[in-house]
Design a protein around this ligand. Structure first.
Ligand SMILES: *[C@@H]1O[C@H](CO)[C@@H](O)[C@H](O)[C@H]1NC(C)=O
Ligand SMILES: *[C@@H]1O[C@H](CO)[C@@H](O)[C@H](O)[C@H]1NC(C)=O
Ligand SMILES: *[C@@H]1O[C@H](CO)[C@@H](O)[C@H](O)[C@H]1NC(C)=O
Length: 305
């Protein structure tokens, strides 16, 4: 028998086994009671809502949080949930309950992966006045020109998951270009966001409300946000807080290699975040209620050991 088909079959079996393990691990990590709920208060003017998403025909499941911030009486959503009509419904209902008739002014995306940008189309339709803010290095993916699958990834796991399992069109949710506002550079204040040419910001939180830091290891334009009034950090997927075993205590980890294009940079990102001022960080994938500055410091020290 020629070697080609044998190698392909072996790779297929390996992929199936890996996928089964990952699904098992994620199922063990899922506590249905924590997710699919109303927004919960994390700090004054900061909320989060969890959603349990089964993707790829139920093969892979992801529990993901979306965040809401209120500043000067206006609302900012951070991340846009999973790409299902059910997720959009849960999110819109949750927003309605908290905002009580107010409209979203800004939708910020930590990055464009589908569990962070999924309900974007529904949100943009429900809140036509909202503008969408993300880092300029995420623009090619969010504006629909480029696919994450073609990134020069540094792990075999990424090549297997994103390149093989994810089809060209299903890892990118396009943003209407006329609504886009871009974060540029390494760090800054959301008050300073500018359009692409032609797009003017209609409203931005005032200086000192929301700071951002570029953390590009997981996705090229990923950003972490810090809500200064409450010292809450929203790191996106720069760190995760999941349990290694069923019923185990949640532990801080780097984002999974299978969905992280540059794992060398992801390690540097975690060190960078630990160096910033904040009191509690709320990862998008979290089986607890965030992590303290001291816990992130200890994790950073373990990465350097
Ligand atoms: C919601 O809005 C209505 C109408 O403006 C108001 O009467 C009500 O008190 C508000 N409820 C809350 C919880 O803010
Ligand atoms: C995947 O993308 C195609 C083409 O854009 C679309 O028709 C299809 O509904 C998408 N599937 C999922 C599961 O999102
Ligand atoms: C990944 O990140 C490291 C650290 O910043 C950098 O040196 C390297 O060039 C990056 N890899 C790619 C393919 O860009």
């Amino acid at each position: 028998m020629p070697r080609g088909p044998l190698v392909l079959a072996a790779v297929g079996v390996l992929l199936a086994l890996t996928a089964t393990q990952v699904t098992k691990r994620i199922k063990e990590n899922s506590e249905p009671s924590r997710f699919d709920k109303a927004f919960e208060v994390l700090a004054p003017n900061v909320w989060r809502q969890g959603y349990q998403w089964a993707n790829l025909g139920g093969l892979v499941g992801v529990d993901v949080y979306t965040f809401l911030i209120k500043a000067d009486g206006k609302y900012i959503l951070i991340d846009a949930g999973a790409p299902t009509s059910d997720a959009a419904e849960v999110l819109l209902k949750g927003l309605d309950d908290v905002m009580n008739g107010s409209k979203l002014q800004l939708i910020m995306l930590t990055h464009g992966h589908p569990d962070h940008s999924g309900a974007l189309a529904a949100l943009v339709k429900a809140y036509p006045g909202a503008q969408v803010v993300f880092h300029e290095e995420e623009a090619p993916y969010l504006l629909g020109h480029k696919s994450y699958k073609n990134l020069p990834a540094d792990s075999l796991a990424y090549k297997a998951f994103v390149r093989v399992l994810v089809s060209e069109n299903n890892f990118t949710e396009a943003v209407p270009a006329s609504k886009a506002l871009l974060l540029r550079g390494k760090s800054g204040d959301v008050a300073d966001v500018k359009g692409p040419a032609g797009n003017n910001a209609q409203w931005l939180p005032r200086q000192g409300t929301l700071k951002w830091q570029h953390v590009p290891g997981h996705a090229p334009g990923q950003v972490a946000l810090i809500h200064k009034p409450s010292q809450s950090m929203i790191p996106g997927d720069a760190v995760a807080h999941m349990a290694a075993k069923a019923g185990g205590t949640p532990e801080i980890s780097l984002p999974p290699a299978g969905f992280t294009w540059n794992n060398t940079q992801a390690r540097l990102d975690a060190l960078k975040l630990a160096s910033l001022p904040f009191s509690r960080a709320y990862p998008s994938h979290d089986l607890g209620t965030g992590i303290s500055k001291a816990e992130l410091d200890a994790f950073a020290a373990s990465l350097q050991a």
